[in-house]
Design a binder for this molecule. Structure first.
Ligand code: HXC
Length: 283
């Protein structure tokens, strides 16, 4: 679909790049010639991903530990990226945190935790990489949003609020930083199977119903998301700025993400969410 060296001159930071969609996007960028800096809270995961991507693509990949909730840690990543590769031309804000819960049961810390990762984390990475891009004369910021950032969704209120902030940040900076040659866009993916998201957001036994809500009747393929991200990171999309591109098989037009659970009895909702929480705790 793309020229082999499409991203050859690029140095791209991917937050949460050690697993899931972050890793799939990273792998595709590297196969198109980009050099990468992957960061994650789990150093061993991100180091393994970096080694494997280097081996399969021949591109240089640096894996670093970083909690995006801490600005100084993200600044440290940018310093290491510049030491190693001389610049940062792209950032993918992929790191996220989420879980299903009845909102009235949430603690203040539960809300804060998700907002800290998703909204503050995206701001920290955008600020640290953006400053570097402004100094260099340009770059591209791509954030992973979600369709419920504008529709809202039952049972994921912290994530919906945080992702809405990410969309607002994307559109605001698209205008503010265009004069520095920094483009800001976002992708709103529907359900793409990953261990991290599905273990938290897909209660056992509801997969069939989830598929039926998607007009295309299937989940997304990682390759499809990676292709869209590669296009948005490439010079070929140079006039796309401030855009949120949806890739969800038409799902959001057909009723949204988790609202349908409201039709279930309360005990069943509680049971499903508790099962997910217990399963992710065991990991
Ligand atoms: C209610 C919960 C909870 C749950 C945690 N909390 N899980 N409350 N239901 N299922 C509460 C805790 O009780 C605690 O509050 C507070 O949240 C912080 O929890 P910790 O476990 O201490 O936080 P931490 O270890 O930092 O973990 C953060 C996390 C976790 C978000 C809770 O799930 C995580 O690390 N996630 C990262 C990966 C991830 O979520 N990937 C999926 C992203 S998918 P108290 O008051 O007890 O201290 C995504 C897709 C969106 O975003 C689009 C979909 C289509």
């Amino acid at each position: 679909m793309f020229e082999k060296d499409l991203l050859q001159d690029q140095v791209i930071v991917v937050t949460g790049g050690g697993s899931g969609l972050g890793r799939s996007m990273a792998e595709r960028f590297a196969s198109l010639g980009a050099r990468l800096v992957l960061c994650s809270r789990r150093l061993e995961v991100v180091e393994r991903a970096a080694e494997e991507i280097e081996a399969s693509t021949g591109s240089e990949v640096l894996g670093l530990s970083c909690d995006v909730r801490e600005l100084d840690q993200v600044e440290g990543v940018v310093t290491r990226a510049v030491e190693r590769f001389g610049r940062v031309t792209g950032l993918v804000n992929n790191a996220a945190g989420n879980f299903l819960a009845q909102t009235e049961t949430l603690s203040s810390n539960a809300f804060k935790t998700v907002v800290d990762i998703v909204l503050n984390g995206t701001f920290h990475a955008t600020l640290a990489c953006g400053r570097q891009m402004i100094e260099q004369g340009g770059g591209t910021v791509l954030s992973i949003a979600t369709t419920y950032a504008w529709t809202g969704s039952a049972f994921v209120v912290p994530s919906a609020c945080a992702k809405a902030g990410v969309v607002a940040m994307t559109r605001s900076l698209a205008v503010e930083w265009a004069r520095y040659g920094v483009r800001c866009n976002a992708i709103a993916p529907g359900p793409f199977p990953t261990e991290g998201a599905f273990s938290r957001l897909m209660p056992p036994g509801v997969e069939e119903a989830a598929l039926r809500k998607i007009p295309l009747r299937r989940f997304g393929d990682h390759e499809e998301l990676a292709n869209l991200a590669s296009y948005l990171m490439s010079p070929g999309s140079g006039y796309v700025n401030g855009e949120i591109v949806t890739i969800d098989g038409g799902e959001w037009l057909n009723g949204g993400e988790f609202n349908h659970f409201t039709s279930l009895p309360d005990e069943q909702i509680d049971g499903m969410f508790e099962q997910l929480r217990a399963a992710t705790r065991r990991r």
